[in-house]
Design a protein. Structure first.
Length: 154
């Protein structure tokens, strides 16, 4: 078992083992998932500003979102296109409702926290969580130290 986002659906389905998707466990503060969004951006130094702007406008359009939704690769931001993505997976016999239900639930998502030292925090937590996931450490043993290490950054 692993916790991952809907952007990994295709990767998991391409694996050699049976795959299913379930809801997140409910913790003391409920069931919550960090929102994952993308920003279509233009590099300030591009020599192709007009072409880039045209591309970004297309990416945000219903036409593009519907193409993406029909492919099932991700859940687009436009609700009809997201529904098309879910339907594409359902037509293929894959239940992805766990992701959709979480996103539609009141308070089911939260924005990625903006913090100083985000790279360092990510490194500390990734190492701790990898050790827990691999079974080389117990959460009760490594998380207090990781917490202290992060607090020391500030």
């Amino acid at each position: 078992m692993t916790m991952n986002g809907s952007w990994m659906i295709g990767t998991f389905l391409a694996s050699e083992f049976p795959v299913g998707f379930g809801r997140l466990p409910i913790g003391p503060e409920g069931r919550k998932s960090m929102f994952n969004g993308l920003a279509d951006s233009i590099w300030v130094g591009t020599p192709h500003l007009e072409e880039s702007w045209s591309w970004v406008k297309f990416l945000a359009s219903a036409d593009c979102q519907n193409i993406i939704g029909a492919s099932g690769v991700v859940f687009p931001a436009i609700p009809d296109a997201a529904a098309a993505s879910q339907q594409m997976r359902a037509d293929a016999g894959v239940d992805v409702s766990a992701f959709v239900e979480q996103a539609n639930e009141e308070g089911g998502t939260f924005l990625f926290p903006i913090a100083d030292y985000a790279g360092e925090i990510s490194t500390i937590m990734n190492e701790a969580m990898d050790a827990i996931g691999l079974g080389t450490a117990q959460a009760a043993d490594v998380l207090p130290g990781a917490n202290a290490e992060i607090n020391d950054l500030f």
